[in-house]
Design a protein around this ligand. Structure first.
Ligand code: G3H
Ligand code: ZN
Length: 287
């Protein structure tokens, strides 16, 4: 059964580790993440962006697929199915479809509107037992080929949005989505420390978790980060292993054209990445 991320977040914050949010793209990806979490006895959050939701056919299809896999594979570790960077409308659709966790990304709205919409969603999610993530301070990344710098969130705004009763808070601390450029300045630990002090027990979320050096990940966790989102690194691992399949393995493994052989080989790269992240984040054995 899918669960809200609330309890896993509270435990992670208290235990000073982070739960991985791994974004999913299809059935094999979902199965790989679920199996790895089960093998490692780790809680996990499956992230679904709105575009991945469209790609997979729709939110109800994703809920049905995930619940079916959990039953058939005997997955007993806590699993939350989470909308990633949701719009206001997308959040409502996922709530209706049976998601157990929502991120409403109102960071592009004027702060008052972000507050008002977040507040309304807090009330809905509370009634239904769904966890809700809010965002303050835009997270940079590649847009139209231009890399936008990661913006740092205002600690007072973080405190105000935390006080609305969200489950967890994504705050920009210089992190960006996608590959980090060679001249990236690193995470702003001064900002993170200031936010942590303001928001107290509120679990913090680090987006753009791909490619951040391990020492920075550990420091971020020590300063209150309890959920780390990883997407790009899994995709890159899939690309690498699929390339190896075609360049070296296709005459040795399977028929070379069967999608089960191609995707099945590629997905081993995703599994290895998920394992590596769960070990680094400290969530192994915490289910
Ligand atoms: O919301 C999703 C994440 O922040 C993933 O970021 O693709 O840089 O790993 P990433
Ligand atoms: Zn993100």
């Amino acid at each position: 059964m899918l669960v809200s991320a609330k309890e896993m977040m509270t435990k992670a914050k208290a235990g000073k580790y982070a739960v991985a949010q791994i974004n999913i793209n299809n059935l094999e990806w979902t199965k790989a993440v679920l199996e790895t979490a089960q093998e490692l006895n780790s809680p996990v959050i499956l992230g679904v962006s709105e575009s991945a939701g469209d790609y997979m056919g729709g939110y109800r299809a994703i809920v049905g697929m995930t619940e079916g896999l959990m039953e058939d594979l005997n997955i007993t570790v806590p699993v939350a199915l989470h909308l990633d960077h949701g719009t206001y409308e997308g959040s409502k659709k996922c709530i209706r479809a049976g998601f157990s966790s929502i991120m409403f990304d109102g960071s592009h709205y004027p702060i008052e509107e972000n507050f008002a919409k977040t507040k309304e969603l807090v009330a809905t999610c509370d009634t239904l037992g769904i966890s809700l993530e809010a965002e303050v301070g835009a997270i940079g990344g590649v847009e139209d080929g231009v890399i936008a710098a990661g913006e740092c969130a205002d600690p007072d705004e973080c405190k105000s949005i935390a006080d609305l009763g969200v489950t967890m808070l994504a705050a920009g601390i210089g992190n960006i989505h996608g590959k980090y450029p060679a001249n990236w300045a690193g995470l702003s630990f001064d900002t993170l420390a200031a936010i942590s002090e303001k928001v107290g027990e509120m679990p913090l979320v680090l987006h753009g978790g791909s490619g951040i050096p391990e020492d920075q990940i550990r420091k971020a966790i020590s300063l209150g980060v309890s959920k780390i989102n990883v997407n790009t690194e899994c995709m890159l691992a899939f690309q690498t292993t699929v390339r190896i399949y075609f360049e070296e393995k296709k005459d040795l493994i399977g028929r070379g054209y069967d999608p089960r052989d191609i995707i099945g080989f590629g997905i081993e790269g995703v599994k290895a990445t998920v394992r590596e992240k769960m070990e680094l984040f400290g969530s192994v054995g915490k289910a």
